[in-house]
Design a protein around this ligand. Sequence first.
Ligand code: C6P
Length: 407
Amino acid sequence: MTNFPIEKIRADFPILAEKIRNKPLVYLDNAASCQKPQAVIDSLVHVYTHEYANIHRGVHTLSVRATDKYEGAREKVKDFINAANHKEIIFVRGATEAINLVAQTYGKANIKAGDEIVISAMEHHSNIVPWQMLCEQTGAVLKVAPINHAGELIYSEFEALLNTKTKLVAIAHMSNALGTINPVKRIIAAAHAKNIPVLLDGAQAIPHIAVDVQALDCDFYVFSGHKLYAPSGIGVLYGKQALLEAMPAYQGGGDMIKTVTFDKSTYAGLPHKFEAGTPSIADTIALGAAIDYLQAIGMEAVAAYEAELLAYATEQAKQIKGLRIIGEAADKGAILSFVLDKIHPHDIGTMLDSLGIAIRAGHHCAMPVMDFYGVPATARASFAMYNTREEIDVLMQGIKSLIEVFG
Ligand code: C6P
């Protein structure tokens, strides 16, 4: 892509200059967690050097500064995903905590024995296990919409699962194991036509796709900061205000209360009702810095650049004999999962590491996807906006040399 400022972007990420085993780092494990630009690192240093104190509690200057910055980050997240109101942005530890929060509050209040929750066969464990726990607690039933061999949701079978017993649809915006981007607008419209709310697991989609929660009309959207160039330990639950207001509180403690006596406590309004205890203050502020950084580049430009990277990687991978791509959906994000004849994915990962190439090998916390394809694991190269065609060439060369030696 001619206008994409790739050299400048790469220079903004200091870790990309690192040498691994005396080779230039080729970091292709972005779906697990991506690297941080200097602006995010600087934000953390700045907070701890000039702005750090506990928030919402102090009248002293530093506490006011930290509170302003923390609440400022909430405004940035609100604008980034186009939420209607900052009260709809709840800070949590990550996508996993956000889904558990919805399961244990919205779920417990609204889902009872015999009700159904619909997920898909491509979900990450974080969007399976919390619903299984809720089903065990309530007697509700988990229904799983199947996928086809390309790794796409079989839409007609998904739609056929929606009925009067369905109380929630929880589905990945983009799959971490396959890269599939689900037809979420269509899914949401179909569910809403039957008055069923929809939670989107946006953990993988958020760094690749411009998300507009109002245009999508999703009821909940969850993501983690660490996949969005921000620190780990901070994530977001978006929920429509009316739903969040009606939900019971999640954890009890400081900052989520209005009044406390030994007889009874009353709770704070949104968003604080769901943010008990001291949060990850500096990380939240740095999430705001990551969003500023990304918005200066523009999500449309990022998406177009990454689409080119994926197309190039796919084309190159298809030329390698003995390589099988796992996940070939028509609509796909920047993830290339694959297996090689006769070489276990863990060996692929270890051997590529000796060449300075970081990929993930394993079940990617999506064991049912591995079962579906009949493989124990896959090797997964996942791309970010700072990756290049040259790095894909290094990856492909590495794979070819493995096949020569071990295949
Ligand atoms: N997937 C991967 O390598 P947390 O761990 O809470 O930040 O995100 C959980 C999660 C939820 N949904 C999807 C679709 C995900 O991909 C992930 C995290 C990483 O694929 C780590 S297992």
